[in-house]
Design a protein around this ligand. Sequence first.
Ligand SMILES: Nc1ncnc2c1ncn2[C@@H]1O[C@H](COP(=O)(O)OP(=O)(O)OP(=O)(O)O)[C@@H](O)[C@H]1O
Ligand SMILES: O=C(O)C1=C[C@@H](O)[C@@H](O)[C@H](O)C1
Ligand SMILES: [Mg+2]
Length: 172
Amino acid sequence: MRPSSKNIILIGFMGVGKTTIGKELARLLQREFVDLDQAIEADANQTVLEIFQNEGEEAFRKRENTKFMELFESDNRIISFGGGAFLQSDIQKVSLEDGIVVFLDISFPLWLKRLPSLIADRPVLQNKNHEEIRTLFVSRREVYLKGHHTLNTDHMSPIQIADNIAKTILQA
Ligand SMILES: Nc1ncnc2c1ncn2[C@@H]1O[C@H](COP(=O)(O)OP(=O)(O)OP(=O)(O)O)[C@@H](O)[C@H]1O
Ligand SMILES: O=C(O)C1=C[C@@H](O)[C@@H](O)[C@H](O)C1
Ligand SMILES: [Mg+2]
């Protein structure tokens, strides 16, 4: 079956592996890889953390929206979102209408083991206790489930996950 040329979008909670797996998937499908956070950082010449600190979250969300709309003018891409991008209603609408949206899921106890390595760079996780993070995880999961495909990533390597995504999309 001929793979569609639609952009493939990876969504999911912070640290689930969207960036890492997106690179593998792009290699596998021989497509251009774009990471939305990294594209915003390159434009702003600041890290995501610095944008949050210097300009605030609202300004970051505006940058995220503008960059997404710009990226979506071309197809055939693998686009890894930041954890909050799919929460924006117009980004969600365009992604679902014109792209293939893959939700990378993970069980919370497994995700929690990654928290120490994530906290320094993810402003949304800072100043929250585990219960507050769990509440955010659960409420965002409901939104991510609107994606076209859901893949549980527990106990799989990034290469195995990318392989599964490729098979899921080719079979769809
Ligand atoms: N399947 C996996 N198994 C174990 N570790 C993983 C897996 N996928 C990613 N990781 C690790 O988890 C960390 C976060 O991964 P990554 O930056 O790709 O997440 P992300 O979903 O892009 O996060 P964000 O939403 O903040 O951009 C990295 O250290 C990465 O090496
Ligand atoms: O989940 C979020 O809201 C975020 C996730 C990161 O990828 C960055 O986009 C930023 O830190 C916000
Ligand atoms: Mg990322």
